[in-house]
Design a protein around this ligand. Structure first.
Ligand code: T4K
Length: 370
């Protein structure tokens, strides 16, 4: 008998103990310093360098503004083309467009669902200035191949690591690849500051540039050097971030148990494919995507509806693909592009509920739906 449960969401935020936040609030209230690179903000920025294994971290008020600034900081020629993936959240191509650049959409790999490095070169033109890869669901892009292509054609590389908090390749922090990497700390992310995000980068010359761009381009009281924006993270959110830094490993451990439960049970079901993380890579535990193949008795949409009837709210990340959006679909390059893998997988991927506080009876109920 299938039970109807309380709603089960695709994710639930990790929340610090309320008393610890109240302590932070008292300190913030008495200091009267609420934002603009305060002490909690700076402490968090420093701590994140170790957590992410990167030399430079710049905190932001959300991942989207961080990505906008990352692209802006690289001074790409206005109107030039940035090769990216359509299998991502809207923020990725929109940040390219908001910078006055053109997103050129490349197909994805069937296993990692990241940008297909084999198909990038055929999209390069004299007008290409950068590659923007997304480590979707925490699966890493083929960073080595992308670096080689970028070197050969003198292109910048930006990574959207919104889903890849603490992912490492051979022990190296994912935020050290490419010119600049963006992480999101939105409430739906494993590690959150309610809203927030950061940029990581190796080049010390970018420190001042990114600092200025995040703060209206202001260098000092009487000097404005850049066309900047307001990307600052406030002290209350930084406090949430500091407390969540103490909790994220435990949350990852709990998600590992959920992952093992799913892996064990779903690998036995014909027609359900479990995409595999490359061997040398650590999981960020952000999402648990499955692929509903043709030999499963239901389509992905039918399975999604069946879950919904039972109050289990899975998500079709990323359907529609960005190339289906009204603002991109009529572009001639999109109409002519080979996007066969994206156009197949966008109908097949489903993200299952994935968070540490999922109870055993909820996991059993999820399994019963298959
Ligand atoms: N690049 C990529 C690849 C991204 O995935 C994202 C964001 C970005 C860039 C941009 O980063 P940010 O600017 O957001 O930092 C959510 C998030 O809003 C978005 O951050 C995220 N990607 C995207 C994949 O997912 P929705 O529209 O699915 O969110 P929503 O409100 O439907 O939430 C999903 C579920 O999470 C809810 O059903 C319940 C749960 N939830 C959500 C919130 C907001 C909670 O339990 N508590 C909450 O406070 O976009």
């Amino acid at each position: 008998m299938i039970k109807t449960l309380e709603k089960i969401f695709v994710t639930q935020p990790m929340l610090p103990n309320l008393e610890t936040i109240q302590e932070h609030l008292k300190e913030i209230w008495s200091s009267k310093w609420l934002t603009n690179m305060g002490s909690k903000h700076n402490e968090l920025e420093n701590k994140l360098k170790d957590v992410l294994k990167v030399p430079n971290v710049s905190l932001f008020n959300n991942g989207t503004i961080a990505l906008l600034v990352a692209i802006k900081a690289l001074d790409l020629p206005y109107g030039s083309e940035v090769i990216t993936t359509p299998f991502t959240f809207a923020a990725t191509p929109h940040c390219i467009s908001w910078n006055g650049l053109k997103p050129v959409f490349c197909d994805i790999e069937p296993e990692t669902m990241t940008i297909d490095a084999d198909k990038i070169e055929s999209l390069i033109t004299p007008n290409t200035s950068a590659i923007l890869g997304v480590h979707v669901y925490g699966f890493p892009c083929d960073v080595e191949r992308i670096e080689k292509i970028a070197k050969k054609y003198n292109l910048k590389v930006i990574y959207d690591a919104a889903h890849a908090f603490t992912t490492e390749i051979n022990g190296r922090g994912i935020g050290t690849f490419g010119d600049i990497t963006m992480f999101s700390f939105h409430a739906t992310k494993l590690y959150n500051t309610i809203e927030g995000g950061c940029l990581t980068f190796n080049d010390p010359n970018l420190v001042k540039k990114i600092y200025n761009l995040r703060n209206f381009g202001i260098q000092s009281e009487e000097l404005v050097e850049e066309v900047g924006i307001n990307g600052k993270l406030n002290e209350i959110q930084a406090a949430v971030g500091l407390e969540n830094l103490k909790l994220y490993k435990k949350e990852q451990e709990k998600r590992e148990i959920v992952k093992q439960f799913y892996n064990e049970n779903l690998s036995k079901i014909k027609g359900i494919r479990l995409p595999k993380m490359p061997d040398n890579t650590t999981d960020s535990y952000q999402y648990y995507p499955i692929v509903i193949e043709e030999d499963y008795p239901l389509t992905r949409n039918e399975l999604y509806e069946k879950f919904k009837e039972r109050n289990i709210l899975t998500r079709k990340y990323f359907y529609p693909a960005c190339t289906d959006y009204e603002c991109y679909k009529n572009d001639l390059a999109v109409k002519l592009a080979d996007l066969s893998v994206v156009n197949d997988l966008k109908h097949k991927v489903l993200c299952l509920p994935f968070y540490g506080s999922l109870k055993q009876e909820e996991l059993e109920a999820i399994l019963e739906v298959f």
